[in-house]
Design a protein around this ligand. Structure first.
Ligand SMILES: [Zn+2]
Length: 168
């Protein structure tokens, strides 16, 4: 199955269709600026349905790892995408009915050719932290050799412990 799909959003919602798939991060070009590298794959599930007022809507869940760049040390920052959003479909050309309600649902224009990958990219972009950083004290300021040195030292310590005569 192709990773990129185009759907008729109103039809998709009214029919209660479900679309699952995965997108390689490398294909999401608008995300690239904030990324350390483009490894990984995002999984998604798009569910069509009606809200409590029988208005067509889409429910979108996106999960997966991203490698962001820490704004403090510029090293890789593991970030777990976890988006869950509901989008009310607005008939094309009609202004949002609840436009003066800040608590109202998120909306997108209904489209007969909704690009699912672009929608996913939009939602992931909206969900990302503006200035991602490692937690305090977790930045990669230590040289890597220190880790390896510590590992070697502990290996020697284990060896030394093995060689020690049993005093008990
Ligand atoms: Zn950092």
């Amino acid at each position: 199955m192709s990773a990129v799909a185009v759907i008729d959003s109103l039809e998709f919602a009214r029919a209660g269709q479900v679309l699952r798939g995965s997108l390689p991060v490398a294909g999401l070009k608008r995300l690239e600026d904030g990324l350390f590298d483009t490894q990984g794959t995002l999984g998604y599930k798009l569910t069509g349905g009606l809200d409590e007022l029988s208005r067509p809507r889409l429910e979108l869940k996106i999960e997966g790892p991203l490698h962001l760049q820490c704004q403090r040390c510029l090293d890789r920052l593991e970030y777990a995408v976890d988006v869950s959003t509901r989008l009310l479909l607005l008939p094309e050309g009609r202004p949002p009915e609840d436009s003066d309600d800040p608590e109202g649902p998120d909306t997108i224009d209904a489209s007969a050719e909704l690009d699912v990958a672009a929608l996913i990219e939009d939602e992931v972009l909206l969900s990302l932290p503006l200035a991602p950083r490692h937690p305090d004290g977790m930045c990669a300021s230590r040289p890597k050799q220190q880790d390896e040195g510590a590992k070697r030292a502990s290996a020697f310590a284990q060896l030394a412990a093995l060689k020690q005569p049993n005093n008990r």
